[in-house]
Design a protein around this ligand. Sequence first.
Ligand SMILES: [Zn+2]
Ligand SMILES: [Zn+2]
Ligand SMILES: [Zn+2]
Length: 978
Amino acid sequence: MSTETPLDLKKTVNLPKTNFSQKANLAQNEPARLEKWGKLDLYRLIQQTRQGRPKFILHDGPPYANADIHLGTAMNKVLKDFIVKSRSMMGFDAPYVPGYDCHGLPIEIHVERALEKKGKKKNELSVETFRRICREHAENALKSQTRDFKRLGILGEWDNPYLTMSNHYEAETVRMFARFIERGWVYKGARPVYWCIKDQTALAEAEVEYHQHTSPSVYVKFPLQSDPATIDPALAGRNVFVVIWTTTPWTLPANLGIAVHPDYEYSAFEHGDEVYIVASDLVEAVAAKCNVGETPPKVLARFPGAKLDRLEARHAWLDRRSLLMVGEHVTLGGEADAETELDVSESEKKADSKAGTGCVHTAPGHGHDDFVIGKRYGLEIYCPVDNGGRFTPEVEHFAGQRVFDANDGIVEFMRERGVLLFSEQYEHRYPHCWRCKNPVIFRATPQWFIAMDHAHRDLVEKDEDGRDRSNFTDNLPETPAASLRASALAEIERVKWIPGWGVDRMRNMLKGRPDWCVSRQRVWGVNIPVFYCASCPEAVADPAVIDHVADIFERESGDAWYTHEAKDLLPPGYTCKGCGAQEWTKETDILDVWFDSGTSSVAVLENREELRWPADVYIEGGDQFRGWFNSSLMIGIADHDRAPYNTVITHGWTLDAQGRAMHKSAGNAVEPDKVIKQSGAEIIRLWCASSNYFDDMRASDEILQRVTDGYRKLRNTARFALGNLDGFDPSRDSVAPEEMEEIDRWALAELNRVTAEVLAAYEAYEFHNVYRALYNFATVTLSARYFDIIKDRLYTFAPRNKARRSAQTALLQIADALARMLGPILVFTADEIWENLPNRIEPSIHLALLPAVAGGSDDALFAEWERLYAIRDNVLRALEEARVAKLIGSSLQAKVRLEASGSTLELLQRHQNDLRYLFIVSQVEIGNAGEDVSIKISTADGEKCERCWNYSTRVGESERYPTVCERCVAALNEIEQE
Ligand SMILES: [Zn+2]
Ligand SMILES: [Zn+2]
Ligand SMILES: [Zn+2]
């Protein structure tokens, strides 16, 4: 016995102690940590640490450098950060080069509006000045986006992102155009494309959105000119009409034909002295709708559509032929799928089995299928509508009217002429401009195309000045090696799509898509690098010339197209192959911005030392099937005959709690900025991890509150472990596994199990499963079981007692592994946990690796402890009942008597010394009786120990420490000897 004065009991209890505070204060602490990372140059440090390891390349789909970020943009970038950080922590060299999409219509429109506010007009400025303002706007927007992305804890080359407007990128963009020309896939021609009459430009597939729209639905009769007896003798001498249906009456002035399906059966039925032809399946519906014919309709003849091939009708009111044609594209109904809605007439044909006649009004200048069949039958690609959507002067009766305004007039006109059988208002899904939200039209104009199937030399049209541009392909191989569509369809089968339906969606999109219209009548973009001879029809679209232009862009940016004359952009002394002249004009169209962004795989992956082509992963929203996934694939094939990605992941949309789209104006938008200021970026990150991003992701204040609660549970779990590691030196104090307490080994076995689960989830990009596994581990395994049970040991045993060190050894491994597994998701908090660990080597969690999974089977251990926990659950219930009955207050006031037999009794006897800790009671007795475990609760024997609050009959045995129990006396002796 020591002769010194007894210890102060309170000071001998090992209370948790850590700098890892309970309150996270994320809004304040995150910026401080970002600053620390900046000083450390953490991103660079990670790159250096992983140098020489296998590479993992996630290629960033560039967000548009226009507005501030919203929750969807934040989610997209956070998911990318999860991927990059988890692969880095798997040991890959995983660089992240963020990008920005800088050209295009939204910025032009923004700048135009800003100019208007200052009372200026776009055409008062030089193109160079206007482009400079657009460039400045993009620069400012991307700076502010960069600030927001960094604030979310996303690490990457923010000081050197890729910009589609950088000199090098613009040069690469025109070089890619040259690669398409080399393949023989580029042509200029008049084909119908989506056209916005407000913005006066062609639009890409990905630039239209489908919304409900009300149009006039009309049934119109076209008189048959050919002898009806050639169809069927029963029709000889009759007054026969072909009945068409359309929801775009304004396209009727451009009607040049009527398409029927060759294999469908058609019927001619009587209405007074007239006879109407429609598909047999639709006779009754048409007759009822238009109130024509007898009931039931009197059918005079039935025949396959093929019988009508190349017969002639007359236009409903114009003195012009309307040719009858057969085409497989004609359908009799079925709801349209937004993804395959390629043009107005397409959606019409599929819209509704009750609307329609099986005879399809065909205007080759106003529809994709119309164009294709029109070409096959040698029809003119006739489009009497100007850039502003007005009928040209040649359109009788309606010249100068805007097409949508003209609809009602055309309907009235047809009614007066007696050619209209029926009209009504019709609601359907209709393409709208993504930018100005106005309905778009399909309109044939001279545009540059990339052919999906072949070179389309036969499709090359004369331009507006009547000059033939076809000869630019003269020096190309006669037959292109392969079709772009076929190569693309083959490539997507090699790519891994997550979720798996991605490949079907991509396949459907590729199968149905028309040729890619790559020209835009705009100025903020990369110019189509083509020259026209001023003296003859020669057009120069020569890969060698384009590569020369690209070198100039490389030095001076794409502005060179405007600041230099044509001769200075061409190789010196370049003369026209057609006429020998040296005077040139420049193409004024720019490239589709999707061509720009599609170039990124080449411009970025191939040109940065730390990256490589192709990428391992692309991850974007479902809108990118028609957008970036598609354009990247096209350019990958043109340049490398290969898809530029090995895996493509699709994420859902961000919606509100009710599943509606978020809009600032609707007041249901969750603004990342606000959440960050209130709760911290971690809450947005954890929300991303907690939602299954393969589906749409819902967010609201309430949902974020639940996420915050989840965050708190994870934080408290880490805090308990860290607090009880105070004074633990792993190199001195660790306990070897075989010498650890069994429950500590059980906790580590559970940790091993959850680690395996988390690693598999990271591997599969299933971050919601990472979160779920870690959350359950923290709340169930640790908080509700393990931590409760080891508290007494941690707090009351002598600090260096081996049993206490055993628990600490387990806690250190748990805290260490938790920090690592949370590292990719809770980037700030995991780093903070890491900082407070006694064993860290790396200065930041982001330099560490994910924990390894130990081999061997713990099944016997799990089985043993699951049985004990089942008994524990029953005991805890009995204790709760005793508490309610006021028999006991705290559980330490209780004594538990368990009676059991057989293997259960053996189990209890094996763990005799664990049971009081397991139940958190002062005494446990075991008896041999009965089949099941019977539980009796009584008050504990003896006195309450002042130090550990357990009850014991041996309190008072020590003279030196008369108020404590025998366990505490032993602990105090140990402490005194330390
Ligand atoms: Zn528009
Ligand atoms: Zn010439
Ligand atoms: Zn005690």
